[in-house]
Ligand binder design. Structure first.
Ligand code: SF4
Length: 417
């Protein structure tokens, strides 16, 4: 039976798509094997959002071809032939995002039918028991054209998955034993299917499924509406955690990024969100965007201090060929970007520790995911990482824990009965 191995770079959308791709190959009789094993085919689901991701994809291509010269290499996703010209010859098949849905047919036509080695038989789909959260793709595409972002050039067509398909997928995940699903997309704030926006979609999912936890991925901050706030307040199955794609809090930089909001609006939204008990906010921030002066960076710094995000993901601006920001003058030196990134990460850690301390003695449900040494760890609905020392197998269990103190990058707790 043919074997195939997958490696995914980048965002949750890519991860969700890999799961779908795995299923497509599985039903055709492929055996899915881990990435460090010998396989007939290797499929890289690539990412081009940052230079770092692009470099890692290049390294993976070289590594596979060096270690498995007789295997066939397929590269799919947000990295096109045009972007990595020098690795073209090493890749046996390129699949663009728009062709991912036909991936098996393309592999069959271009790689399998030209080889007599492969015969389809039944096989076991390798199940990753560690996975406790299922990613559900609800949307694809973006046409915002933020000046730094390559996504609209790679995923231009806007598509929203119809409600009935989403419900069906979530019900399947429930049957498979998942307790939590995360809704993902290129820009889920753009979800729109026959007049159903993201908030009304969430309401329907909560009504029509029994999934214990529903989480949403990154949001365009000004797209948060009253309906979403009310849902979070009244429905504990909707995780009280919002991840905001803010990027900067300096009006001049936001304008140059092509983000159509200002710091004042961000403050108004966060002030409203702050009133919801136990809601956690996390955010994405880019430092070193072209033209970002020290005073502009300080505006973002002060804003983060005020907003008290539980965590911020800090990205150093990475110029992507083909985007407007690539051509902007006043590029910020790498050294300055590194310093600013470090300053924000330190601030983020300080704030996170303060925030975590506020949860001492609270009782929260934890969905356990993994074990390191004698500690199991998992997440609360509001994205706190919680550890507990135990010999019991807690994998994929939701248990109420009383939070007792800080531990590593989270909290520790004891079982509350
Ligand atoms: S909203 Fe902006 S940053 Fe997000 S995917 Fe669209 S263009 Fe890229």
């Amino acid at each position: 039976m043919p074997t195939i191995s997958f490696f995914t770079f980048g965002c949750k959308l890519n991860q969700a798509e890999t799961i779908v791709l795995k299923e497509k190959f599985y039903v055709q009789g492929f055996s899915i094997v881990p990435f460090n094993s010998q396989a007939d085919f290797y499929l890289i689901n690539a990412c081009a959002v940052t230079q770092k991701a692009e470099k890692e994809v290049r390294q993976a291509i070289h590594q596979i071809k060096r270690q498995h010269p007789n295997s066939q290499l397929i590269v799919a996703g947000c990295l096109t032939k045009q972007i990595i010209k020098s690795e073209q010859a090493q890749v046996d098949l390129w699949i663009e995002n728009k062709d991912k849905k036909n991936i098996y047919q393309l592999v069959l036509k271009n790689l399998i039918q030209s080889s007599s080695r492969f015969k389809s038989t039944d096989s076991e789909l390798e199940k990753d028991n560690q996975r406790t959260r299922a990613l559900i793709k609800i949307q694809d595409g973006c046409q915002h054209y933020c000046t730094y972002c390559i996504v609209p050039y790679l995923r231009q067509k806007i598509y929203s998955q119809p409600l009935n398909k989403i419900i069906q997928e979530i019900k399947e995940k429930e049957k498979q034993g998942f307790h939590e699903v995360v809704l993902v997309g290129a820009n889920i704030s753009l979800y729109n299917d026959q007049g159903l926006n993201l908030s009304s979609l969430l309401e329907k999912i909560l009504d029509q499924t029994k999934i214990s936890r529903l989480r949403i991925s990154s949001l365009w901050p000004t797209a948060i509406d009253q309906e979403l706030l009310s849902l979070i307040k009244k429905n504990s199955r909707l995780c009280s955690h919002l991840h905001l794609s803010i990027q900067s809090a300096c009006d001049k930089i936001l304008l140059s990024m092509g983000r159509n909001y200002k710091q004042k609006q961000l403050k108004q939204i966060i002030a409203k969100l702050d009133k919801i008990p136990n809601l956690s906010l996390t955010a994405d921030i880019i430092v070193g965007f072209p033209g970002e002066k020290e005073s502009n960076f300080q505006e973002t710094y002060q804003f983060i201090k005020w907003a008290k995000f539980l965590k911020i993901h800090v990205f150093r601006f990475s110029p992507r060929p083909g985007t407007k920001a690539y051509l902007l003058k006043n590029q910020v030196p790498d050294q300055v970007k590194q310093t600013r990134a470090k300053i924000l990460r330190n601030l983020s850690e300080q704030i996170a520790e303060e925030k975590r301390k506020k949860y001492f003695t609270q009782i929260l449900p934890v969905l356990f995911e993994s074990k390191q040494g004698s500690y199991w760890s998992g997440l609360t609905p509001n994205y706190l990482k919680v550890f507990i020392k135990t010999n019991k197998d807690l994998s994929n269990k939701i248990i109420n824990l009383k939070l007792t103190g800080l531990y590593q990058d989270g909290l520790k707790g004891k079982i509350f009965i």
